[in-house]
Design a protein around this ligand. Structure first.
Ligand SMILES: CC(C)(COP(=O)(O)OP(=O)(O)OC[C@H]1O[C@@H](n2cnc3c(N)ncnc32)[C@H](O)[C@@H]1OP(=O)(O)O)[C@@H](O)C(=O)NCCC(=O)NCCS
Length: 138
């Protein structure tokens, strides 16, 4: 199996949605909201992808200033390719694109909580998320 890794090559919304479905991360992302999915792909500024024979099989999708903070929004590997080091490689390549002081920040899916600890991430109990759909107007 020869996996090719790319930085910021075009990814279509359909490829992204299909990968999220096939990785199971689709259960936690708005894959039926076309506008949102298109906006996610179009407006991220650091996308590291893994390909097998032209098929998208992994992604690390981030928004970053490259110097201080990088929000890793989606890390997903197609279920047939999981546990082969692809997820780890995607986030190592992501780190390689960032300045030395730039922190990686993410919210882990429940099933991946221990995965990040394994990769050297530290849990931060002061991380806060505002769900604006539930808070608009309050
Ligand atoms: C989580 C995910 C991205 C990991 O990618 P992967 O390619 O399967 O993982 P890797 O092969 O790079 O794993 C690297 C190491 O972490 C371990 N690991 C993998 N998945 C793990 C998990 N869910 N929990 C704990 N450890 C895990 C591996 O055993 C491996 O250990 P090693 O370095 O000692 O051999 C992938 O399994 C996935 O897409 N899961 C579904 C979507 C998801 O939950 N994404 C995260 C959203 S925050």
């Amino acid at each position: 199996m020869s996996i090719k890794y790319e930085v910021n090559v075009p990814v279509t919304s359909d490829q992204f949605i299909e990968l999220l479905r096939e990785s199971t991360l689709g259960e936690r992302r708005p894959i039926d909201d076309r506008d949102c999915m298109e906006g996610m792909v179009k407006n991220s500024n650091l996308m590291v992808t893994a390909w097998n024979d032209g098929k998208l099989i992994g992604i690390a999708r981030s928004m970053t200033d490259f110097h201080y903070a990088c929000y890793l929004s989606d890390l997903a590997v197609h279920r047939e390719y999981q546990k082969k080091g692809i997820g780890k490689r995607l986030q190592i390549i992501t780190q390689g694109e960032l300045g030395p002081k730039c922190k990686l920040i993410l919210v882990a899916a429940p099933a991946a909580n221990s995965y990040y600890e394994h990769l050297g991430f530290k849990n931060n109990p002061r991380c806060w998320v505002l769900d604006r759909e539930q808070n608009i107007g309050s």
